[in-house]
Design a protein around this ligand. Structure first.
Ligand code: ATP
Ligand code: MG
Length: 318
């Protein structure tokens, strides 16, 4: 099924961001939002913008934060039949302020929000049974119940001959939770395509160097390791090839969502039959376009926009 459906699972949230850099949130301050967000939601919206058949398994509350998200996803072409509306919980939210060094710091309402009830409902199982490629975000593995359902879905897709991709999307609190660490290891064993950010390679392996980490991961049976390097571009390594892409020269306005757009573009183009190096070039452009827009999901790209970006933007060798 070369052109089959891409599905992902996990949190839908709204993001509300501070207008100014600094140590905000201990006093009233100017904020911007709500913006549609959640790593899996951004990922799947980018797949849809590329015109590919796709679905999201998630949950929202019966409120305008939920409707803001579902309307965007549906308008862009995502199948939201497995986005469950939970009347007694609010849609998740993430408030973010940027520290003076550019680091992001979040206040999340996710554990107690509707997205924490994301589950393999009947509707979700129907989607899973019609999925060629299943993508998992580490940020979505935040409860026992979710981990259980994600692992079930992964095995179901694999047994039916589908492929799995995994973006650890580690948040600093996550590796201290033993069951989360175990879930990361299950995903490393199960995935075909692994999409870490550079430092995650060393956090999730025993290795001390990037090359040793790559060896360790290839030995697990992962066929493609796609490394995101923020403003330094990206690389892809397979058992017998290695390609690197210099970053495109853009003005970074908001880094949130770049990795999700990058991953979505890589996975979609590979499923559509492009070679790893071509998928990497487009993914690199997708990430660059994502950071150029304010708002986590506001920088998603069509194929035509990526073509235009690749024909005009300069590569910066750093
Ligand atoms: P997140 O912290 O949101 O999880 P990530 O680590 O998953 O992000 P990044 O490495 O920040 O993802 O970005 C993904 C890709 O987007 C990069 O590998 C690169 O191709 C592109 N990109 C990101 N930032 C820039 C930038 N400032 N200039 C050009 N390209 C960029
Ligand atoms: Mg990421």
């Amino acid at each position: 099924m070369p052109d089959g459906r891409i599905t992902t699972i996990g949190e839908i949230v709204v993001e509300i961001m501070a207008d100014t850099q600094g140590y905000g949130f201990r006093q009233p301050m100017a904020l911007h939002g709500p913006y549609p967000s959640g790593a899996p939601a951004i990922f799947i919206d980018q797949v849809a913008r590329l015109g590919h058949n796709c679905a999201l398994i998630s949950a929202v509350g019966n409120d305008d934060f939920g409707r803001l998200n579902t309307a965007r996803l549906q308008n862009d072409g995502v199948d939201i039949s497995a986005v469950h509306v939970i009347p007694d919980l609010a849609t998740g939210s993430a408030f973010v302020r940027y520290r003076p060094d550019g680091e992001r710091d979040f206040v999340y309402n996710i554990q107690g929000a509707a997205c924490s009830r994301t589950a393999l409902t009947r509707a979700a199982e129907a989607i899973i049974d019609d999925t060629a490629h299943f993508h998992v975000m580490g940020s979505s593995l935040f409860s026992f119940r979710l981990i259980d359902d994600v692992v079930k879905a992964v095995h179901r897709v694999k047994e039916a001959g589908g492929r799995i991709s995994f973006d650890p999307n580690l948040r600093k609190e996550m590796l201290d939770i033993p069951e989360m660490r175990a879930a990361m290891d299950i995903m490393l064993q199960a995935c075909d395509v692994f999409l870490p950010s550079g430092p995650e390679l060393l956090m999730l392996t025993e290795a001390k160097t990037e090359d040793a980490a790559i060896e360790e991961l290839l030995a697990l049976g992962i066929s493609e390791i796609v490394i995101k390097r923020g403003a330094h571009g990206a690389s892809v390594v397979t058992a017998n090839s290695r390609h690197t892409c210099a970053p495109l020269s853009v003005c970074e306005i908001d880094p949130t969502g770049a990795g999700d757009c990058f991953g979505a573009t890589y996975v979609t183009l590979r499923l559509e039959g492009e070679a790893p190096e071509t998928a990497l070039r487009y993914a690199n452009a997708s990430g660059a376009r994502a950071v150029s827009a304010r708002g986590p999901m506001e920088g998603v790209s069509t194929r035509a926009e990526l073509d235009a970006c690749l024909s005009t933007a300069a590569e910066v060798w750093s």
